[in-house]
Unconditional design. Structure first.
Lengths: 239, 536, 192
């Protein structure tokens, strides 16, 4: 197996050729934060939390979608990266309607955890209070747009793993929102298999089971990686 | 056999909106009334005659020097026909058209160096015969019959041509990158999704000389080994789309497109794709997705389109102006082109001059011409004669250059150094009464509306920046807002996914840099906020 | 912050703006720590620890619970900022506007106050419903509910809905010694 060796935060690591920078930072236990990335799904580099500094590059590079290369010298937690990450999380909180106390995902929310990770004690940016609807048309699940951070994990898991492509993104800019089918009520989309993968991978309380109430959602975001390795290697994790 | 007298009527969007079609009909009526037939006096619709602000424009070519008239009403058609005829007396004190005569020796015209625009205003954009008579497609034929793709790329590389869409990537290098990819299908794409406010260069080229663009694209396709290409035009340019489609159809019927062009083994299919109004689709990776029928959202690069573009194949994507410069480069040689301009920015650049300026219109000048020459000499300065305050270049991705830096030569590097950028070529002149925080807010509002929404710094950061700028415009900002503005601009610039987000703070950063006092004057002390009891 | 001389006790205020008082309940959950606290501070203003109606001068530390939702909240917030050395945004309502801020979603975000009053006093009332109107007695709602730091400068943020008694103790203890607490990690920072 071909490997590349690189240096992450002063530590030399070796990863298989073709591995992402994110995998390399994990090999160095660097704890690079991510919200849109999920193992098993194609990276989209939209949350910008995994940006790292690579010596010799004038730009910050998203670890999730940058290939690790031989001899790279990577810094993952410089002061400016930490500051940008905190601002990013503040922007996430300010652009939606995130009320942790009454959220179905309270205590199991990746955004809530991320605020802790980046040390966000308050948002310096005013909350926008956007007007967003709730789609409760599906018999088993609900989509609360107020809590959506547009990570597109649901879009990708449905397309790449389930193969149903129920979800996509509509509109643009701050008006962007997840759409079901041809922008129909979720419950009317015949392509939906009700598999629930979108609910499992949703990092916040935007997608949840109707039976869950405040702080009861307990998602399993490891699903895509398991399914992908099962398909690629014809092995289930319990084998 | 051209008639001795030719009247060229601008029939591009600018003059059309000023009534050029009615004028042309009136001119035809006046010609008939004068008992002349088309063999004696030709009335020809042409593309842009440059001085758009004085439309409708009419140029009269006769045995004597060309005369140019602006702001003509249909009622003056008779007088104009009379003036166009060789028998007409030299214009004197009794000249009924004196107020409409435009001086072709004036700096606006005399200092221009048409290369990309050489056919604009000369050829009938709807006639391939006229284009061919003007020399269009001659270079395509020569290239196909005499040059290898390597020789073509060598000529382009030697010319020093850089991408005219804004970023200024060396064109020859890009062509080489595409050509040297492993064997397989390739595409050429023309980015005609011109969306910067204040930019209308590409529209003018498409409306005025579409065959020139097609020739440039065909040469590029030959040089990189592509057999299929697309022109991606925004839907807001209906006339450009109409003329481009007509031109493509004409080119196909003359076998200048299709299979075995000029009897060689070179085949090329070109199609128009119409954008649906998203500014972000001018970003190349988003544009390519849009051509493929996907949602136009920028993708992380690498891979660059030259490696993996349309349907995963190597794709050459260049801007309208870049492709249109190619035939002239092949005709005159790369060295000729490289002799114009500066050390790192070769050739000429087309600018769309607008704002608080006397001469509004299309300008093509050698790279390295000073901004002052462009806006004061060619543009004529601010209409009321007051000094210029700033010049905005590069649209929502660019910045405002203050009057004291007007002696800067216009090239890619100098503009970036001043916190602006070349951009596609929009140049908006601002007078003393312009408020810089308002300018910044205007452009930020544009970025808010046009953000694709994929990455959070651009999607949510521009919204917060616009609201911060509101505070400055409404004079209720605090020094804390100033810090926040600085910090958020940096963050959006550095962390956004694509060039649009990365450059969205530029109008703020450049006005903060050169006009910081205007922001400071809009601040009040936080204690003022507390004391007045008003919630911020 | 400039604490009073070591010999003198610190002057502590706790303030209740637009919140459910849960943060104050959590404060009371400090149990026996309250005795330790009482040895080090004078509670000079507090809905649960004093009967003073006027916010006093020269307060060292104020724990401010709740968002700013009405004119009384606003007046008190401005007043306490002028009279307090160190202001702590105490709990999620003060830090984010939290649940009281949900009314900002009504009426398209323009006038949530009007929308919430009409809903509560007219739409859901019987035939005799009327909007409350008692100038000077019932404070008027602000059009928008704001987190405390959007109204006054805040020195320390103590999130949580409510912050646990443990978190409150960990935040206060260093302050009593004139130090700033390290507000990091899930034990100190988590919203909700």
């Amino acid at each position: 197996m071909a490997v590349v060796t690189l240096n992450v935060n002063g530590q030399d690591v070796a990863v298989p050729a073709g591995a992402s920078l994110l995998e390399a930072t994990r090999a160095a236990a660097a704890d690079v934060p991510t919200l849109c990335h999920l193992d098993g799904l194609n990276p989209v580099s939209s949350c910008r939390l995994c940006l790292v500094e690579v010596e010799g590059s004038t730009k910050l590079l998203p670890a999730c979608s940058t290939a690790a290369a031989e001899g790279m010298v990577v810094h993952t937690h410089t002061p400016r990266l930490k500051e940008y990450r905190r601002m990013t999380v503040e922007l996430f909180f300010a652009e939606g309607n995130h009320v942790c106390a009454v959220c179905v995902a309270n205590t199991h929310c990746e955004l809530q955890d991320m605020a802790v990770t980046v040390g966000m004690d308050h948002s310096r940016f005013p909350y926008q209070y956007p007007q967003r609807p709730v789609d409760a048309s599906h018999p088993q699940f609900t989509l609360d747009h107020n809590r959506c951070i547009l990570c597109t994990r649901c879009v990708r898991v449905c397309d790449e793993i389930e193969g149903a492509h129920v979800w996509d993104i509509g509109s643009r800019g701050g008006q962007c929102h997840i759409v079901a089918g041809l922008d129909e009520p979720w419950g009317q989309v015949q392509a939906c298999t009700s598999c629930g993968k979108c609910v499992e991978v949703c990092p916040t309380g935007a997608l949840f089971r109707n039976t869950d109430t405040t702080a009861e959602k307990q998602p399993d975001a490891s699903l895509p990686a398991l399914l992908r390795s099962a398909r690629d290697q014809h092995r289930w994790h319990n084998q | 056999m051209p008639s001795p007298v030719q009247v060229r009527c601008c029939d591009a969007s600018g003059c059309r909106s000023a009534g050029s079609q009615a004028l042309r009909n009136a001119l035809e009526g006046a010609r008939d009334a004068a008992g002349l037939d088309p063999s004696q006096l030709t009335i020809k619709p042409v593309g842009c005659l440059r001085l758009c602000g004085s439309g409708p424009l009419v140029a009269c070519d006769g045995p004597g020097p060309t005369q140019l008239f602006g702001g003509m009403a249909p009622e003056q058609a008779g007088a104009l026909i009379a003036a166009a005829l060789p028998s007409s007396p030299a214009p004197g004190s009794g000249d009924p058209l004196a107020a409409h005569r435009l001086d072709l020796e004036a700096p606006f015209f005399a200092l221009q160096r048409p290369v990309v625009l050489e056919g604009c205003g000369q050829v009938d954009p709807e006639s391939i015969d006229d284009a061919i008579a003007f020399g269009t497609y001659a270079q395509l034929q020569r290239v196909l019959q005499e040059l290898s793709p390597e020789q073509v790329r060598d000529e382009v590389r030697r010319s020093g041509l850089r991408g005219r869409g804004g970023a200024g990537y060396p064109t020859g290098l890009k062509w080489d990158t595409v050509a040297l990819q492993p064997p397989g299908p390739r595409y050429v794409v023309c980015n005609a999704d011109e969306g910067d406010p204040g930019a209308f260069m590409d529209r003018s080229v498409l409306e005025s000389d579409p065959h020139r663009l097609i020739e440039g694209m065909a040469i590029a396709a030959y040089a990189v080994g592509a057999e299929r290409g697309f022109v991606y035009v925004r839907a807001e340019y209906p006339l450009a789309i109409e003329r481009l489609r007509l031109a493509l159809q004409q080119a196909r019927s003359r076998h200048l497109l299709g299979n075995h062009i000029h009897g060689t083994s070179f085949n090329l299919r070109l199609e128009v794709r119409v954008g649906a109004g998203a500014y972000v689709c001018g970003e190349e990776t988003a544009l390519l997705l849009s051509i493929q029928g996907q949602r136009g959202m920028p993708q992380p690069r690498p891979p660059f389109p030259a490696q993996s573009g349309l349907w995963g194949a190597p794709t050459l994507i260049n801007n309208v102006e870049t492709f249109t410069a190619v035939p002239a480069i092949l005709r005159q040689g790369g060295d000729w082109y490289a002799a114009m301009g500066t050390a790192h920015s070769k050739g000429t650049k087309v600018f769309a001059l607008s704002g608080a300026v006397v001469n509004t219109g299309l300008v093509e000048v050698p790279m390295g011409t000073s901004l002052r020459t462009v806006v004061e000499l060619i543009g004529g300065g601010v209409p009321d004669g007051s000094p210029i305050k700033a010049v905005q270049t590069g649209g929502p991705s660019g910045g405002c250059i203050p009057a004291e830096r007007l002696d800067t030569p216009v090239d890619y590097e100098s503009l970036v150094e001043l916190g602006s950028m070349m951009g596609s070529g929009g140049m908006v002149v601002m007078g003393q009464s312009t408020s810089m925080p308002e300018v910044a807010r205007h452009f930020m509002g544009f970025s808010v509306n046009e953000s694709c929404g994929k990455c959070v710094p651009c999607r949510a950061g521009t919204v917060q920046l616009a609201q911060l700028l509101d505070r400055f415009v409404e004079r209720r900002a605090t020094s804390a807002d100033m810090e926040r503005l600085d910090a958020l601009c940096q963050m959006v610039k550095v962390t956004s996914l694509c060039g649009l987000g990365q450059s969205a703070p530029n109008p703020v950063l450049s006005t903060l840099r050169w006009f910081r006092h205007e922001y400071e004057a809009a601040c009040r002390e936080p204690s003022g906020c507390v004391a007045t009891g008003r919630v911020r | 912050m400039t604490p009073s001389p070591a010999a003198a006790k610190l002057r502590l205020a706790t303030v209740w703006l637009a919140g459910c008082s849960g943060c104050h309940m959590s404060f009371l959950d400090l149990d026996e720590f309250l005795f330790d606290l009482a040895e080090k501070v004078d509670v000079v203003f507090s809905p649960v620890g004093s009967d003073v109606k006027i916010y006093p001068e020269n307060v060292d530390i104020a724990l401010v619970e709740g968002a700013v939702a009405n004119v009384d909240n606003l007046e008190l917030a401005l007043q306490l900022r002028q009279r307090t050395a160190l202001v702590i945004s105490f709990g999620d309502c003060a830090v984010t506007a939290n649940v009281p801020g949900l009314r900002n979603l009504l009426d398209g975000g323009h006038d949530g106050a009007k929308a919430v009053l009409e809903r509560g006093y007219l739409e859901l009332a019987d035939a005799t419903g009327q909007l409350p109107f008692a100038p000077g007695i019932v404070p008027e709602l602000l059009p928008r509910v704001l987190p405390l730091h959007e109204v006054i400068p805040v020195d320390l943020f103590l999130p949580g809905c409510p912050p646990s008694a443990e978190r409150i103790r960990e935040a206060i203890t260093p302050l009593l010694a004139g130090d700033r607490p390290a507000m990091e990690g899930a034990a100190m920072l988590r919203f909700g």
